[in-house]
Design a protein. Structure first.
Length: 110
């Protein structure tokens, strides 16, 4: 499980960095967007709200969305809806004392 998590985090980081470097090429080429976004969004939808991989995946998706610019528009609504749902869940859990967010940190890869 550790190596699967570590490999996924490395892949998300690499893809995010690649999109940051190739920003203009990705925004101007719809075929690149259609190659990147559907598999990434499938992973986004399959990842549970409580999965620690959600944060690295979201960071990657943010880089891809920024690089894709208007090409991301077709995919934006489900991502926005889930983000809003996650924010609401965290606020409700914090307000009702169901979860303490103190001491939560990122995935450790060591």
């Amino acid at each position: 499980m550790f190596w699967q998590t570590k490999s996924s985090v490395i892949m998300f980081d690499t893809l995010g960095t690649l999109c940051e470097v190739l920003c203009d090429d990705i925004a101007s080429d719809a075929s690149l967007c259609s190659a990147l976004l559907p598999p990434l969004l499938s992973r986004w939808e399959a990842t549970a709200d409580t999965d620690p991989l959600l944060f690295p995946l979201f960071e990657c998706l943010a880089s891809v969305a920024a690089a894709a610019k208007l090409q991301f528009q077709a995919y934006a609504l489900p991502v926005l809806q889930r983000c809003c749902r996650l924010i609401e869940m965290v606020l409700v859990a914090d307000a009702t004392g169901q979860v303490s967010f103190k001491g939560i940190s990122r995935i450790s890869l060591t």
